[in-house]
Design a protein around this ligand. Structure first.
Ligand SMILES: CC(C)(COP(=O)(O)OP(=O)(O)OC[C@H]1O[C@@H](n2cnc3c(N)ncnc32)[C@H](O)[C@@H]1OP(=O)(O)O)[C@@H](O)C(=O)NCCC(=O)NCCS
Length: 174
C-alpha cells in the first residue's frame, strides 16, 4: 500500500486519513458517546487530548498495517465517524458513526466503499466483522453492505466486563 492512507470518495462521504485537528470532531461527534464505547473497544474520551493521542496511535500503527479512515461529510469535510481494518491475512473491519448522524445510511455507504476499495485496490479477498448481538443496527449495516452472517459466538465486552453473544459476518470475493 502507498505510504499514506488513500482517499475514498462515495456519493455523500469522503473517507480520508485523520488529521491532528480532527480530534475536536472526534470528541464532539462520537468519542464521548457511551453507545459507541459499549459496542466497540474504545473507552469514553474525557477530553480532546485523549482523541489526539488515539489519532497519533493510528498514525504510528499504519506502518504495521492498521488502516483507519475518518468518515467525513463531503459537504463540510467534518468527521462524523471512523472505519478501518488491519491489513493482515483476514482483515477484521469495524466502524462507528456519531449518534447525531445515525440512520442516514452513512455507515452502510462507508462500509460498502471500504469493502469495494479493499477488493479492487488492495487485493483483499476476504473481510470479516462482528457485532454484539444486542447491537442490531450494526448487523443491519453489515447485511446492507453485502456481508453474510456465518455464525454466532461470545466475546468479552470490555464496557460491561462480561462475555456477551456476538454475530459474525463475512464478505468474500469468491
Ligand atoms: C451501528 C452504527 C454503525 C450504525 O450507523 P448508521 O450510520 O446509523 O447506519 P445506517 O444508517 O447505514 O444503517 C442503520 C440500519 O440499522 C437499522 N437499525 C438501527 N438501530 C436499530 C435497532 N435498534 N433495531 C433494528 N434496526 C435498527 C436502521 O433502521 C438502518 O436499517 P434500514 O436502512 O434497513 O432502516 C452506529 O449506530 C454506531 O456507530 N453505533 C455505535 C458503535 C457501533 O456499534 N459500531 C459498530 C460496531 S460492530
Amino acid at each position: 500500500m502507498k505510504n499514506e492512507i488513500p482517499v475514498i470518495n462515495s456519493d455523500r462521504l469522503i473517507l480520508r486519513k485523520f488529521e491532528e485537528n480532527d480530534s475536536h470532531y472526534m470528541f464532539i461527534n462520537w468519542a464521548t458517546d457511551i453507545e459507541c464505547a459499549k459496542y466497540t473497544n474504545m473507552t469514553v474520551a474525557d477530553n480532546e487530548n485523549n482523541c489526539k493521542f488515539i489519532i497519533d496511535l493510528w498514525k504510528k500503527y499504519y506502518d504495521k498495517g492498521l488502516v483507519m479512515w475518518a468518515i467525513c461529510l463531503k459537504a463540510s469535510n467534518e468527521p462524523i465517524g471512523m472505519i478501518g481494518f488491519e491489513l493482515f491475512e483476514n482483515p477484521e473491519i469495524s466502524f462507528t458513526i456519531g449518534k447525531k448522524y445515525n440512520n442516514c445510511g452513512y455507515a452502510t455507504e462507508a462500509l460498502s466503499s471500504v469493502l469495494q476499495f479493499g477488493i479492487k485496490n488492495l487485493g483483499v479477498k476476504f473481510f470479516w466483522g462482528y457485532h454484539f448481538t444486542e447491537n442490531i443496527g450494526s448487523g443491519r449495516v453489515m447485511q446492507k453492505a453485502g456481508m453474510v452472517h456465518t455464525r454466532s459466538d461470545v466475546k468479552l465486552n470490555k464496557f460491561f466486563n462480561k462475555d456477551m453473544p456476538i454475530e459474525i459476518y463475512e464478505y468474500r470475493t469468491e
